[in-house]
Design a protein around this ligand. Structure first.
Ligand code: NDP
Length: 302
């Protein structure tokens, strides 16, 4: 979904995500009618991290709006690893739960990898389990992390066939950069993965038809790095220090938006670009998990 701006077209992730959520809502209702229960997502939050509380609240609200049952488990920061593992095991066995999400980061002392490894890969709607990472890397069906899958949906909507396009992914994290690069390779793009040790980053970005920035550094990618006409997907969410008289700073991406929109062919804004896609894809993955769980074919349009 595109909206005109001066220069680049704006990739309206918010509108795309709303349309996806509406389709999910329809298909969740059809699922409930057939299966006799709503699709279910269990969200586990350990501790009182304020950002995580906001995310978990937003996920629960989005679930309910789409007709997906949300089971929230809020545990205190001093929860032991054994207690958390036992909750995960209960959720693995729970027939009403199709997807399990343990909100990261976990408080110190809890081994995130051990917790992710304990989730049944078929309920791992975040796509963080090594089995799902492995499935993605060998081209088998599995759960793909929500943010890169959301980016891919926006790219395909904008560009259609990505065959032969030069893509650069800046960032190599397990939750964004690496799966993003894998999805782009699978879509037949020629992919460069850049990171903190990359030399001549500006020159690499200048060659790219597709730029995906997932760094976490405010406005690091400058307008004069962007190839004219390129499609720019900005995953970064960074809060600047507050301006005088303001309580909170502005949210910006990893790409200098004002400079880049004059050069790019299309660009995602921050906020309103990739961000809204992440939760919509989480709902999508949960609905897919529910269909698998119930032995039903996954409907079209997801
Ligand atoms: P990580 O911190 O895990 O990874 C950042 C990556 O950027 C690393 O691979 C790092 O390289 C690389 N990097 C750091 N500095 C530079 C540099 N100067 N030049 C080139 N590469 C650099 O972050 P995430 O992948 O988790 O997230 C990235 C951004 O996306 C953050 O702003 C985060 O808030 C946002 N985000 C947004 C989401 C959304 O829903 N829109 C969801 C998830 C994340 P190295 O590996 O060498 O250290």
């Amino acid at each position: 979904m595109l909206a005109a701006t001066s220069g680049a077209e704006l990739i309206d992730g918010k509108a795309f995500a709303e349309a996806l959520r509406a389709r999910i809502g329809e298909r969740a209702a059809a699922f409930a009618q057939y299966a006799g229960r709503r699709p279910g997502l269990a969200v586990v939050l350990v501790g009182e991290d304020p950002a995580s509380q906001v995310y978990v609240g937003a996920k629960a609200k989005a679930c309910e709006a789409a007709g997906i049952a949300s089971f929230e488990h809020r545990l205190s920061a001093d929860t032991s690893e054994a207690a958390l593992l036992s909750l995960v095991e209960r959720l693995n066995q729970d027939e009403a739960v199709d997807g399990i999400l343990v909100q990261m980061p976990l408080p110190q002392g809890l081994d995130e990898q051990a917790i992710i490894a304990a989730i049944n890969p078929d309920k791992d709607v975040d796509g963080f389990h090594v089995i799902n990472a492995g499935r993605l890397s060998v081209g088998q069906e599995g759960f793909i992390p929500c943010t890169p899958l959301g980016c891919m949906m926006l790219l395909k909507d904008r560009l259609g066939d990505l065959s032969g396009l030069d893509a650069v992914v800046i960032g190599r994290s397990n939750i964004v950069g690496k799966p993003m690069a894998q999805l782009l390779v699978d879509a037949n793009a020629t992919v460069t993965i850049a990171h903190s040790r990359t030399k001549n980053l500006a020159d690499i970005v200048r060659r790219a038809d597709i730029v995906v920035a997932a760094v976490g550094r405010p406005e690091m990618i400058r307008g004069d790095w962007i190839k004219p006409g390129a499609t720019v997907i900005d995953v970064g969410i960074n809060r600047l220090p507050p301006e005088e008289g303001k309580e909170r700073g502005r949210l910006v991406g990893d790409v200098a938006f004002a400079e880049s929109r004059d050069v790019a062919g299309a660009i995602t804004p921050v906020p309103g670009g990739v961000g809204p896609m992440t939760i919509a894809v989480l709902l999508r993955n949960t609905l897919v998990a529910a269909h698998h769980h119930a032995g039903m074919p996954v409907p079209e349009g997801l």
